[in-house]
Write a protein that binds this ligand. Structure first.
Ligand SMILES: Nc1ncnc2c1ncn2[C@@H]1O[C@H](COP(=O)(O)OP(=O)(O)OP(=O)(O)O)[C@@H](O)[C@H]1O
Ligand code: SF4
Ligand SMILES: [Mg+2]
Length: 328
């Protein structure tokens, strides 16, 4: 297996320029092997969506700096020209967002919306487009494909709309799919169904995937490796089973302790409130120097305020950014 994506020292900051600039990604590096699923885990505001969009060279308004490299199929996407990025997006790399109703056109039948993706990337001829659309929809829907193709988004359930987005994402046979909290807006049962669709696709299509979530429960059995983001930095990166079973970074440990008890929790309105990690990671509460997790860390030491911890190996393929593991 070779790498299909290499992200090197990615830094993205939002304005204003100067001292008020906010570093949403602060030196993120990782590789993705072909057919590998990388889970990206982090709280709200940790930079997950910034990572997803930056890989595709999509920068939000207010982005003032984007440096580093995103190497994909021989090019650096941060340096790529707009037409090259246009060819890659949706064809070689697809992005699935969290909110299906926002991503679909409300007054166009969904089959047509899948066709549009195929046509935008060069497929021609009505019968070829129809045939391919049917095939793609059949990959994500077990039944009723014809009816679904003829439906408008509002005639479908949230889970069905999310399947349509997945169909669009895989339509052109990408080698990488980035899913940014693809189940977050769904009820627990539908979340499980959609996770099942991702698992099946992974087996069937041999996709590389970056699966972004704030909920570690979704990653077990799904991700091969796990990258934990905190305040735009890699806190921990390693084999998913190892990180989930034996987290090393104090932040990862806290996150796993606050794991929702069960996805399929009670639906009678008495859902348990999730325990949360005390403190927050908003820019205003981050320390100027040292480990960004220091103000919230139950294991902090004097050194933690003095300088940034480096990523160190705790095993061959498992790295952690924490002074507790330096010089071991
Ligand atoms: N356009 C923007 N201008 C200024 N700051 C931004 C902008 N977009 C994001 N940010 C800030 O950058 C940080 C990272 O945002 P991002 O959306 O990547 O986080 P996230 O991990 O995806 O969060 P969530 O789980 O809530 O989706 C946040 O603190 C956010 O407020
Ligand atoms: S470097 Fe220090 S503050 Fe940061 S996570 Fe490790 S022990 Fe906690
Ligand atoms: Mg996000």
């Amino acid at each position: 297996m070779g790498s299909i994506l290499e992200v090197r020292d990615l830094r993205v900051a939002y304005g204003p320029r100067g001292r008020g600039a906010f570093r949403a990604l602060d030196g993120v590096s990782f590789c993705l092997e072909s057919e590998e699923v990388l889970g990206v885990l982090g709280e709200s505001g940790s930079g997950k969506s910034t990572l997803a969009t930056s890989i595709l060279g999509l920068f939000r308004a207010n982005t003032i700096v984007a440096t580093g490299a995103v190497l994909f199929e021989g090019s650096d996407l941060l340096q790529a020209k707009p037409d090259e990025l246009q060819r890659i997006r949706g064809k070689r790399i697809s992005l699935i967002f969290q909110e299906p109703s926002m991503a679909l056109h409300p007054t166009m039948r969904v089959g047509r919306q899948v066709q549009q993706v195929l046509a935008a990337h060069g497929m021609k001829g009505r019968s070829a487009l129809n045939q391919k659309t049917r095939e793609v929809l059949e990959t994500v829907f077990m039944e009723e494909t014809e009816r679904i193709a003829r439906s408008y988004p509002h005639q479908l359930s949230g889970g069905q709309r999310q399947r349509v987005l997945i169909a669009q994402a895989i339509a052109c046979g990408p080698s990488l799919v980035i899913a940014d909290e693809p189940t977050a807006s769904l009820d627990p049962t539908t979340q499980m169904e959609i996770l099942g669709v991702f698992r099946a696709l992974r087996k069937r299509l041999g996709l590389g995937m970056i699966f972004i979530t704030h909920n570690p429960a979704l990653l077990a059995g799904m991700a091969d490796r796990l990258l934990v983001l905190y305040a735009g930095r890699v806190a921990e990166l390693g084999p998913a089973e190892e990180v989930l079973a034996s987290p090393k970074h104090p932040y990862t440990r806290s996150l796993l302790e606050s794991i929702p008890p069960l996805l399929d929790g009670p639906r009678d309105g008495n859902k348990k409130k999730l325990p949360s990690i005390p403190g927050d990671s908003r820019p205003s509460s981050l320390p100027g120097a040292g480990c960004p997790f220091e103000p919230r860390c139950p294991e902090r030491m004097d050194i933690c305020k003095t300088r940034d911890p480096q990523l160190v190996n705790v095993s061959q393929s498992h790295t952690v950014s924490c002074f507790r593991y330096e010089n071991q």
